[in-house]
Design a protein around this ligand. Structure first.
Ligand SMILES: Nc1ncnc2c1ncn2[C@@H]1O[C@H](COP(=O)(O)OP(=O)(O)OP(=O)(O)O)[C@@H](O)[C@H]1O
Ligand SMILES: [Mg+2]
Length: 219
């Protein structure tokens, strides 16, 4: 049977949708289920994200620091204009491997070799990527071509629909869904799911905070 599954550590997820459609909420819910108790997960926060800012034990690291080796949740907060510094940093992640990436507003990533390599080879190197973005036409194409899972909320722009349509089953995203519902396409299994609204930001933050609290083992 084709049951719904969350991305494994050798799989990438792309979350797309128009502005305010629920992308960050869904992506952060997926992050809240990710194995950051077993390996480091690093959020690339381009815009001072409120949800990330509410995570108590989120550790901020600098672009020029070593990539963390200990499990946990980390954040870097680069200026989107720092393209070279971000590119160098992504190469460090690629060299190290075994690191999850959470990238909101993925259209702000430099569309260069590092992210393409991470997405293409990241599976064997265990660099799972959770990437969310509006304007699918503006994100690196590898976000789609290398995704094992593609989640799509409402899209308004014709070109955006066309781009996402290239990577999802025919007609899928034409089916209009209620607010905060999304289509979720499992690429490898060629299976589509309708995802109901996930919990709101507060609950997601609580889950993450509980999981990051020392000596609390949540299974
Ligand atoms: N699962 C949900 N259930 C109920 N309301 C939701 C849900 N997801 C999102 N919302 C509502 O929609 C708002 C926008 O959600 P979210 O920030 O996830 O969207 P987004 O697509 O990331 O927006 P943006 O394009 O601005 O980044 C939330 O503040 C919340 O009010
Ligand atoms: Mg968002």
């Amino acid at each position: 049977m084709n049951a719904f599954t969350l991305p494994r550590v050798d799989e990438h997820l792309a979350v797309l949708g128009c502005t305010g459609s629920g992308k960050t909420t869904l992506a952060s819910w997926v992050l809240s289920k990710a194995p950051f108790d077993l390996m480091p997960y690093i959020a690339i926060d381009f815009k001072g994200d409120e949800l990330l800012g509410s995570i108590e034990r989120l550790r901020e690291i600098g672009l020029h620091e070593r990539i963390p080796t200990k499990p946990g949740l980390y954040v870097i907060r680069p200026m989107p204009s720092d393209k070279d510094a971000i590119e160098n940093w992504l190469w460090k992640v690629w060299t190290k491997g075994e690191t999850g990436l959470y990238i909101d507003e993925a259209y702000l990533l430099p569309d260069k070799d590092a992210i393409q390599n991470i997405l293409a080879q990241g599976r064997s190197m265990r660099i799972p990527v959770i990437a969310a973005s509006q304007r699918p036409v503006n994100v690196p194409r590898s976000i789609f071509t290398e995704a094992s899972h593609i989640a799509v909320f409402r899209l308004n722009d014709r070109k955006d629909k066309q781009r996402v349509g290239e990577f999802t089953p025919q007609g899928l995203i034409e089916n209009r869904l209620p607010d905060y519902h999304a289509w979720w396409y499992n690429v490898k299994r060629d299976a589509s799911f309708r995802v109901k609204p996930v919990p709101m930001a507060d609950e997601i933050v609580n889950t993450i905070n509980d999981r990051l609290r020392p000596n609390v083992k949540v299974t």
